[in-house]
Design a protein around this ligand. Structure first.
Ligand code: GLU
Length: 447
């Protein structure tokens, strides 16, 4: 799709003033591609500087995170929090701890989060943060000292009505615990609603751990339903083996699918009989080990270190690892192997070229901002429970998650239809969330 000439100068300016931030440019460009149809039909959205304002975060915080490792040496990392948009609610979005984190990654994630959070229909704005700290190979004590130092600066910028961080890659229950402990200590407040992804025993929500992966599978199931199909009997490939991947595998299996492959940075494992989830969880969640250990425990599985996990023929592909992990070549392989559904569990795992390839094929493709919104939606449910000092049952919370995902699917499908592109979930997700955010921005004035 060619960019509307009225959007072109705005995009050029975004690239110029955010030089070198390739992932941020990519996320903006994907949304702008979809907005061409909006400004064509409803040019009033070009007034009020709505689009220019949306591309400029409300606030960007960068800070030093010094800490002492187990050898007594001082380490220095960089911390980030980009508070992108608070027009629909407090900034909301995770923290990522990974060596690849720099401002461009945090901004792409924060920008995506605005639209994802709007799609949930819940009152949450968009933000994201993190650090280039690598938790891999670090002791619990080192992770704790890092988290305490990180929160010593971050605490002054967040709050239950201001900005509510959570987890993302490298930040799970352990890290949220250390972060919450330090926030509580510094502020002398038991402010449960300041962070989500907390433990069940101290203010967390049932289903939050499972929510992103479960939600992605619910979404994929809705996509299949548009073709009169379901997950039962389908061959599914899930990339990654972190929190999102593990619970996508669990839900897909519960719905009758055979999940035959998953991966980590050392390669991928194929088990034609269907992955043994308990074995995977023991390796990944309990021991924080490598996926190659899976094959060492008997059975017919194999560990592959060359090629791509997307070479494995499947009916449904769920990329749940990280950004730009599925390129054009992988997309063409999936298409040629007869894959029918691709739903993103990670944030922006498919490259623009891959998305274009799916667009010209019979594959139904759902972008992460729709398909992985179950995680942040359940964070918003955690905030609701914290605000009312309540805690809901697993069944009730999962029912809420399932109906939120059905709602997002319907919204994307209907918007795509309305704007003349039936089955285009990228357009449906971008346009319907943009309209909601833009209308609120117009209503609240130039701020
Ligand atoms: N990091 C997750 C995401 O990408 C969850 C954010 C949250 O729960 O605030 O949406």
């Amino acid at each position: 799709m060619t960019l509307d000439p009225r959007l072109e100068p705005i995009y050029t300016k975004v690239v110029e003033r955010n030089a070198g931030e390739a992932e941020f440019h990519q996320a903006v460009s994907e949304v702008f591609d979809s907005l061409s149809v909006v400004v064509g039909k409803r040019p009033e959205y070009l007034d009020h500087g709505v689009i220019e304002r949306l591309c400029e975060p409300e606030r960007q915080i960068i800070f030093r995170v010094p800490w002492v490792d187990d050898n007594g040496d001082v380490q220095v990392n960089r911390g980030f929090r980009v508070e992108f948009s608070s027009v629909l609610g407090p900034y909301k979005g995770g923290l990522r701890f990974h060596p690849s984190v720099y401002l461009g990654i945090v901004k792409f994630l924060g920008f995506e989060q605005i639209f994802k959070n709007a799609l949930t229909g819940l009152p949450i704005g968009g933000g994201k943060g993190g650090s280039d700290f690598d938790p891999k190979g670090r002791s619990d004590g080192e992770v704790m000292r890092f988290c305490q130092s990180f929160m010593t600066e971050l605490h002054r910028h967040i709050g239950e009505y201001t900005d509510v961080p959570a987890g993302d890659i490298g930040v799970g229950g352990r890290e949220v615990g250390f972060l919450f402990g330090q926030y509580k200590r510094i502020t002398n407040r038991y402010e449960s609603g300041v962070l989500t992804g907390k433990g069940i025993g101290w203010g967390g929500s049932q289903v939050r751990t499972e929510a992103t992966g479960y939600g992605t599978v619910y979404f994929a199931n809705e996509m299949l339903a548009t073709r009169g199909e379901g997950l039962d009997g389908k061959r599914v490939v899930v990339s990654g083996s972190g929190n999102v991947a593990i619970y996508a595998i669990e839900k897909a299996q519960q719905l009758g699918a055979t999940v035959i492959a998953c991966s980590d940075s050392s390669g991928y494992v194929v088990d034609e009989q269907g992955l043994d989830l308990a074995r995977l969880q023991e390796i990944k969640e309990v021991r924080r080990g490598r996926i190659s250990e899976y094959t060492q425990q008997g059975g017919q599985s194999r560990h592959v270190t060359d090629g791509s996990i997307w070479d494995v023929p499947c009916d449904v592909a769920l990329p749940c690892a990280t950004q730009n992990e599925l390129d054009e070549q992988a997309a063409l392989t999936l298409i040629n192997n007869g894959c029918g559904i691709v739903a993103e569990g990670a944030n922006m795992p498919a490259t623009p070229e891959a998305i274009r390839a799916f667009g010209g094929s019979r594959v139904l493709f759902a972008p992460g901002k729709a398909a992985n919104a179950g995680g942040v939606a359940t964070s918003a449910l955690e905030m609701q429970q914290n605000a009312s000092r309540d805690s809901w049952s697993f069944e009730h919370t999962e029912d809420r998650l399932a109906s939120i995902m059905t709602g997002i699917h319907a919204r994307c499908a209907e918007t795509a239809e309305e704007f003349g592109a039936p089955g285009d979930y990228v357009l449906g997700a971008n346009v319907s969330s943009f309209l909601q955010v833009a209308d609120a921005m117009i209503a609240l004035g130039v701020i």
